[in-house]
Structure formats: structure tokens, C-alpha cells
Design a protein. Structure first.
Length: 384
């Protein structure tokens, strides 16, 4: 059985469970978040609850009630290491059925890329941690199957800080198209056949509305991208967009691409990958509209720690060996399994073992765990 414990706000998955993967299901059995092994990095509380206050437009027929889904750790949205399959089980599925995501800024439901898993199940993939979803059937129009799409051209306009550039993109292009912000530090990549009809893409710089998440600071301007059809409605994506930030310098801190989730509202991290060869960071997103920013963590490291004898140093009882910080630096080391922390002072260099980012004196290690375990997973942050 999975090593889980229930809380009032959801189900808590411990480290061993997230390493194995776990299917989290709503009480009525309709919604399942099929969490793959290691899609989450840390213990997480998952909540799937009905959203009775959800708005339902007249032009669509609800096939399920709306659900609020959250994956949280210590009141903060967790960072996903990979996309999570979301499966909806209902008695009957038609060609018009689809999984929809509520977009708070525009007060509308956006259809996610949806796959028919069986005659009674739909599937999509989720890239973020807080969302509202439902299954609807369109009353008036149905989307064409991708295989039957007409060979049309997609007119795309990119603008930023007043500049506007026009591009023509073929819906049947074999290559992805990259569209930059005016400062060329941010881009949106549209994969072949990602758009089902002609559309306008706008990229603009925006003023900050909400502050950064806990333990993070802004590391870029805020960009807003918006993709709309010629009629002015938000487009339906058949593939995720790829968001990229450029000119990323290597630092001891972690940087991640975030989007502003207006449902919460709060900044929420996207699964971010780094390309050292191009000094860039990239993340996928399934939304045709979002505010995007790059955040830098004030938590300087995540990794493993071991211990050494107190007798090896006389500089500090609660001492640490680190290759990343100067001698005398004050650090906070936290055990990610139990959230215990200890203040330490860097007294030596090391460790020189792959995966270990810091070693502690036995006295300091004992504040976090029994020294008999040998190695623990920790985060390290600089003490202010």
C-alpha cells in the first residue's frame, strides 16, 4: 500500500510514495491525477474537491461538475518535474466532449488537448499545480479532428513594448516557429499543427501585479502572451507551447519559469529545463494566454548531506563543509523529509562526492536526523 496519510485538506504523499507514483482520485471517482514516479520532487499534499461556484456558459453542456485541484507543500504550489496525466471517467463520451480549464483573467473555459482513453474516459496532461477543470460538450460547434484539418495558413503577429512584427506560419509546417519579445530575451515556440485555425499572438511587457513566491525573487521582466482567433476568442491548442528565457547566467541559485495563476491568484512554477549551450531556460505550457516571469530561488541548493566528526574542527560546533560558500558564511540547512533545520557556519571545503552539496559536523547533523542514517536530503539557504 502507498505510504500516505490523510489530512483535512487532502491526501499527503511521502517521499517513498512519490518515488513510486500514485493515482490520486476524487471522492466520487471521476477525476484521477495519475502521478508518475518522481513527477514530484518532495512530499506533497494533493486536494481534488468539487467547485460548486464554477461558472458554466450557456453554449456548452456540462458533463461533470467542476473540480479544484491543488498540489501543495507548506502552503506553496509544488514544482512539477514532469507533466501529470489527468484522467476523467464519465458514463458516455461524444466527439464534442473535452477537458476544459478555467481561465480566471478572461472568465472563460479553455479546452485542453484531450485524448479519448476509452469509451468512458478522457485524458490530458497537466503542467502546473493549482487549477480548476471540468468536462463539457459543445452545443454549437465541434472541433475537427487534427487529421482532418484543412491546410490553412496561420497569420501570427508578435508585439512587445509597442513594436509589432507580422509572420505567416503554415499549419502544416514541419518546423517549429519561434516568436520573440521585443527585447529578444523571451520567446514563444509554436509546434507544427499546434494551432487549429488562423490566430494572432501578442507578446507584451507587463507591470508586476503580484509579488514573487516565498523564497524567490524576480529574475526577468514580466511578459504576457496572448493567442486569439480572428474572431477574438482564445485559440484551442492541440500541442503545448514552449516558453524560453535567454541570457541565463550560471549561478548557485535555481531559476524557474513561472506563470501567474489567476485562480489562486499566485505565481506558480512550470517544469523548467536548462540548456547550457544556449544559456536558456525552457518550459511547456498548455494555455493560450498567461503572464510569465523568471524567478530566482533564495534557496541556494538542494541535494544531499552527510556528517563528519566534531573533533575535526574547533571553529564551530555546528559547522559545515561547503565548496560554494566562503569560510564563515552562515547557512540554514533543512531536512526535506521532516522540515527540521539547523544554523551552521562554513568551516571547511568539501564534500568532494557527487550528489553531496554540504557536510555537517555530527552535532549539526544530529539536529536534523539520526547520524546512523548517514545521508539525508536537504536544502541550503544563506542566513540573512
Amino acid at each position: 500500500m502507498p505510504a500516505i496519510s490523510w489530512a483535512d485538506e487532502g491526501v499527503y504523499l511521502d517521499q517513498k510514495t512519490i518515488e513510486r507514483g500514485y493515482p490520486a482520485t476524487s471522492d466520487d471517482g471521476i477525476i484521477t491525477m495519475a502521478i508518475p514516479p518522481n513527477a514530484l520532487k518532495k512530499p506533497t499534499t494533493i486536494s481534488i474537491t468539487p467547485a460548486p461556484d464554477a461558472i458554466v456558459p450557456k453554449e456548452i453542456t456540462p458533463l461533470t461538475q467542476a473540480y479544484d485541484i491543488s498540489l501543495m507543500r507548506d502552503t506553496q504550489p509544488v514544482i512539477l518535474a514532469s507533466s501529470i496525466p489527468l484522467i476523467v471517467s464519465i458514463p458516455k463520451i461524444s466527439q464534442q466532449s473535452g477537458i476544459f480549464l478555467w481561465n480566471e483573467p478572461t472568465q472563460e473555459w479553455l479546452k485542453l488537448t484531450t485524448f479519448k482513453r476509452s469509451s468512458t474516459a478522457l485524458k490530458t496532461h497537466i503542467d502546473f499545480s493549482v487549477l480548476r477543470v471540468a468536462v463539457f460538450s459543445a452545443k454549437t460547434t465541434s472541433l475537427p479532428a487534427r487529421i482532418a484539418l484543412p491546410k490553412i495558413n496561420t497569420e501570427t503577429i508578435v508585439s512587445s513594448t509597442g513594436a509589432e512584427i507580422s509572420h505567416t506560419v503554415s499549419a502544416t509546417s514541419l518546423d517549429s516557429e519561434i516568436f520573440f519579445s521585443d527585447d529578444r530575451l523571451f520567446s514563444v515556440t509554436i509546434a507544427p499543427d499546434a494551432l487549429l485555425e488562423p490566430a494572432t499572438l501578442t507578446i507584451t511587457n507587463k507591470e508586476n501585479i503580484y509579488g514573487p513566491p516565498a523564497y524567490r525573487v524576480f529574475s526577468s521582466p514580466i511578459y504576457e502572451f496572448d493567442i486569439k482567433t480572428q474572431s477574438g476568442s482564445h485559440i484551442i491548442l492541440s500541442r503545448p507551447l514552449m516558453l524560453t528565457f535567454y541570457g541565463i547566467k550560471k549561478t548557485a541559485t535555481q531559476k524557474r519559469i513561472n506563470f501567474l495563476n489567476q485562480t489562486t491568484p499566485a505565481w506558480e512554477p512550470l517544469p523548467t529545463t536548462r540548456d547550457i549551450s544556449t544559456n536558456s531556460l525552457t518550459a511547456p505550457i498548455n494555455l493560450p494566454y498567461a503572464k510569465i516571469a523568471l524567478f530566482e530561488s533564495t534557496v541556494l541548493h538542494e541535494g544531499q548531506a552527510s556528517w563528519f566528526s566534531d573533533a575535526l574542527t574547533k571553529k564551530a560546533r555546528y559547522g559545515a563543509a561547503s565548496n560554494d560558500y566562503p569560510m564563515g558564511t552562515k547557512l540554514i540547512v533543512t531536512n526535506t523529509e521532516n522540515n527540521k533545520n539547523v544554523d551552521v557556519t562554513v568551516v571547511s571545503t568539501g564534500p568532494f562526492v557527487e550528489g553531496r552539496i554540504i557536510d555537517l559536523t555530527k552535532s549539526a547533523f544530529s539536529k536534523l536526523a539520526n547520524p546512523g542514517v548517514g545521508i539525508i536530503s536537504i536544502t541550503v539557504s544563506k542566513k540573512e
